[in-house]
Write a protein that binds this ligand. Structure first.
Ligand code: ASP
Length: 435
């Protein structure tokens, strides 16, 4: 087991978790056993990852920004990051729309299945709608107001306020650049050391990753709804997964074209973060590992990764936006609605915004989907249609969200001349055994 690369160990943990849970479902007490004695270890694992997310953002961002020579390189990097994030998101939504329009999964849903699903999941869908309604009662500039915390300790007390913590860290970092060297030196060194400690903590937590994902997947399997529903929604799920795979292809291509790094180098480097994203369904919980992989295994300098990745984890969700487009059109098809070209363009815009607004936690994309449905005049009751299968799709879209962040960080690093050789090599593009 020792020599196995981390991503294989995690994969093994996932597979064994599923097999274990499937075996346990044969016993009447199996589900309870997993719920009481296995699932808690998965929860502890996710908590440990979330525990270090805020300290990591603070330490890494403050250190990263204070390493920049001046404010203009920060604004240059900021603009490049945001533009690239928005472009990849628009590409993702367009891919989603294309796939769902070609495959038309909604037409395979007959009225009986539709009524059955609405009856079974109407209650849960209502809860998502209420959560969305709470977010909706805000003015047009609310997002901007929410960016600036009135108390940093209050902001840092919840993982949901990551953007506020990012704002504070960037602001603090700018202050640090602007004060004289002899005053800033100690503060920089402190955050430098702090950052190292947090990265070491990520390493330690990752030692437990194979066991953590075992517990997470086992719990998911015993809590999953019946297989019949999965078949009814099979075509829809297939569209989402197909779109997501295409998006991974886009990333690999972008990495190849922009940074000249091979798909193997990229995927080997990022795989543990992808597997964790799959197991936890949370970009925020995965962030510490994404940062570690991108910095140590993909060669992105910390100045870039510490800035691009936390922002990406909160606002760049290509997988989520793609899913929102597919889900919206699927529901429209299932209700026999035809969407005009103008409405489809509107879906591109609203899904882009909705994914930016989605929190990096499980199920958040579905809450924000309500906004997309509302815009396009698609019945919100349709949420009940897709509820049963949302969790597995959430797992898949989170993988894409995390991969997208890593891709953009490599592209921005390349454009800033901050992409070097990785400290740890999982795959060497230059190594040629024949030579
Ligand atoms: N679970 C996703 C994430 O954390 C968000 C979502 O689409 O629900 O990236």
């Amino acid at each position: 087991m020792k020599k196995l690369a981390l991503h294989w160990k995690i994969l093994l943990g996932m597979v064994l978790g599923v097999i274990f849970a499937l075996t346990m479902t044969n016993f009447s007490w199996g589900g309870d056993l997993i719920g009481d004695w296995v699932k808690p270890f998965g929860t502890i694992f996710i908590n440990a990852l979330k525990l270090i997310a805020i300290p990591l953002i603070l330490a890494a961002l403050i250190k990263g920004i204070s390493d920049l020579k001046d404010i203009s390189s920060l604004s240059q990097m900021g603009i490049r990051t945001i533009i690239t994030y928005v472009i990849t998101t628009v590409v993702a939504v367009s891919i989603g729309l294309m796939v769902v329009t070609l495959v038309k999964p909604g037409s395979s849903i007959n009225e009986n299945t539709r009524n059955e699903l609405v009856e079974a999941y109407g209650g849960e869908a209502e809860m998502k709608r209420e959560a969305a309604a709470k977010q909706k009662d805000a003015g047009p500039l609310q997002a901007l107001i929410d960016l600036v915390p009135s108390n940093i300790f209050e902001a840092a007390s919840s993982n949901r306020n990551m953007l506020q913590v990012i704002f504070f860290a960037v602001f603090f970092g700018i202050g640090l650049i602007l004060i004289p060297e002899e005053k800033s030196k100690t503060v920089k060194e402190f955050f430098d050391g702090f950052n190292e400690v947090i990265l070491k903590m990520v390493d330690l937590i990752m030692l437990a990753a194979p066991y953590g994902v075992f517990a997470l997947l086992a719990a998911l399997v015993v809590e999953a709804p019946s297989a019949d529903l999965f078949t009814a929604l099979g075509m829809y799920a297939l569209c989402v997964v197909l779109g997501l795979l295409l998006m991974i292809g886009v990333y690999v291509l972008l990495v190849k074209i922009v940074t000249k790094k091979s798909p193997r180098f990229f995927l080997n480097g990022i795989a543990p973060a992808q597997l964790l994203a799959f197991s936890t369904s949370s970009s925020a919980a995965t962030l510490p590992v994404t940062m570690e992989r991108v910095t140590e295994h993909l060669g992105v300098e910390e100045e870039v990764s510490s800035f691009v990745l936390p922002i990406g984890a909160t606002i760049n969700m290509d997988g989520t936006s793609l899913y929102q487009a597919v889900a919206a059109v699927f529901i429209a098809q299932a209700f026999g609605m035809d969407l005009s070209f103008g409405t489809q363009l509107g879906i591109i815009a609203t899904a882009t915004l909705a994914s930016i607004g989605s929190a990096a936690v499980p199920g958040a994309g579905m809450v924000m989907l309500v906004g997309v449905l509302g815009y396009a005049g698609i019945p919100e009751a349709g949420l009940a249609l897709i509820f049963a299968i949302d969790r597995p799709l959430d797992m898949c879209r989170t993988v894409v969200n995390v991969t997208g962040d890593a891709t953009v960080s490599m592209m921005v690093a390349k454009s800033q001349n901050k992409l070097g050789e990785p400290k740890v090599k999982d795959w060497d593009d230059n190594y040629n055994p024949q030579a």
